[in-house]
Design a protein around this ligand. Structure first.
Ligand code: AMP
Ligand code: GLY
Length: 426
């Protein structure tokens, strides 16, 4: 089979890597891919939002299956377009992708189906937003409604900060049109988990649990990022929590989507806060999490391809996923300045030492090749991902590997998986 993967980050590198082990895959294209992905797939210079050109390419190359990595093309309706042109694509249609594209849509579907989440209000008017704020308690959670690459959430300790955040979003348009509406939310206390499932619209196949590390600095300090590291499984997702997430979140969600005549096929990523009262939804994404996808693909024993096909064909009840018992940890190496403006074009050294690394793999998120030299091109540059028999073994191995790599200004968190480490010791 000929496969096209859309996207070019660490998530797509992990998907390409996993699919490259599939016996039925004969050729993988990746648009736009990256220099790292280029070692496993043929990169095509089309961007994810150029959905017409991607469809033309898929027809020209007789692509059997297209897998959409990032959210933007999903919200633009790439799957609807591909289907209208007789092409098979993995991911939700445009209506389904609203689950990620619009926080207001998500809040509505949560409320309609009694799914536990934070209390909230949605505003287009800064005056009304300020009035609502005055009735809330600190800390204040302020969100731009639309897509903001995981950076559209501000958690403010004081009312003055919260009011300034509202002005930034609604008046000064810091997030552009994504900030036409603002959502003000109750603060949820607890431990976060990423709970991803595959669905064909009728059936649900849970993937292994994971936990992301959203803040830029150790001990969850500093601004939110797209994710600085992840590990799987997440001990906070106990068998009891797992059952509750399926029963209280995902099953009612799927039923609610069906009532809106949305046949959702693809990944549903539930970003959860595991509170004292149980799991509550922070957000949904319509795609695999990044970096979570990296440790999850490393732990997936089964072939990924039949699972994705079963989603599209409505036969997810006929397949199952086997997982390696080992745990996996991914540490993101980022450029200096990320998640703000960052420097590019720094030479990366040490990747050669990890070229045949038996306990892991280095997924590329933002690299290019200049002759034989690897250089940085993104904010998140690499996702160094290792397996281990225990959390401690995987953590030791991943940081041993990270120690081999360097460039001017390289930054990473030194506490990835700390919650799993403490859970293991207790
Ligand atoms: P989101 O983009 O909605 O996933 O939010 C990004 C991050 O902000 C989440 O992963 C949480 O760490 C934090 N966050 C968002 N909403 C809340 C909330 N209501 N209470 C506590 N933390 C939150
Ligand atoms: N790592 C969080 C996300 O993919 O949205």
């Amino acid at each position: 089979m000929k496969i096209l993967v859309i996207g070019g980050g660490g998530r797509e590198h992990a998907l390409v890597w996993k699919l490259s082990h599939s016996p039925r895959v004969t050729k993988i294209f990746c648009a736009p891919g990256s220099a790292g992905i280029g070692e496993l797939a043929e990169c095509v210079a089309i961007n994810p939002e150029q959905i017409e050109q991607l469809a033309d390419f898929a027809i020209k190359e007789n692509i059997d299956l297209t897998i959409v990595g990032p959210e933007l093309p999903l919200t633009l309706g790439i799957v609807d377009l591909f289907e209208s042109r007789g092409l098979r694509a993995f991911g939700p249609n445009k209506a389904g992708a609203q689950l990620e594209g619009s926080k207001a849509f998500t809040k509505e579907i949560l409320a309609e189906n009694g799914i536990p989440t934070a209390a909230f209000g949605t505003f287009t008017d800064a005056g009304a937003a300020r009035q609502f704020l005055a009735e809330q308690k600190s800390p204040y959670v302020i969100k731009a409604d639309g897509l903001a690459a995981g950076k559209g959430v501000l958690i403010c300790a004081t009312l003055a900060e919260a009011e300034a955040a509202i002005d930034e979003i609604l008046v000064r348009k810091a997030f552009g049109a994504a900030g036409d509406k603002v959502v003000i939310e109750e603060f949820l206390a607890g431990e976060e988990a990423s709970f991803m499932v595959l669905t064909d619209g009728e059936h649900i196949l849970p993937l292994a649990s994971s936990q992301d590390h959203k803040r830029i600095f150790d001990n969850d300090q500093g601004p939110n990022t797209g994710g600085m590291g992840a590990y799987s499984p997440a001990p906070v997702v106990t068998p009891e929590v797992h059952e509750r997430v399926l029963r209280e979140v995902l099953m009612p969600l799927l039923a609610g989507l069906k009532r809106k005549n949305i046949r959702y096929r693809g990944v549903i990523y539930a970003g959860l806060m595991i509170t004292k009262e149980g799991p509550k939804v922070i957000e949904f994404n319509a795609r695999f999490g990044d970096p979570e996808c990296q440790p999850i693909m490393m732990r997936l024993k089964s072939d990924l391809l039949p699972l994705l096909e079963a989603c599209i064909d409505g036969k997810l009840d006929r397949v199952s996923a086997d997982w390696h018992d080992e745990m996996a940890v991914c540490v993101v190496l980022a450029a200096q300045g990320y998640p703000g403006s960052y420097e590019k074009g720094k030479e990366i050294s040490g990747l050669g030492k990890l070229a045949n690394w038996p306990q892991g793999f280095v997924f590329h998120a933002g690299t290019a090749k200049d002759g034989n030299r690897w250089i940085t091109t993104g904010g998140r540059v690499l996702g160094v991902t290792a397996r281990g028999k225990s959390v401690a073994a995987a953590v030791a191995e991943v940081y041993r590997a990270v120690g081999q790599i360097s460039w001017a200004g390289m930054h990473y968190r030194k506490d990835i998986a700390h919650r799993a480490l403490s859970a293991d010791r207790s």
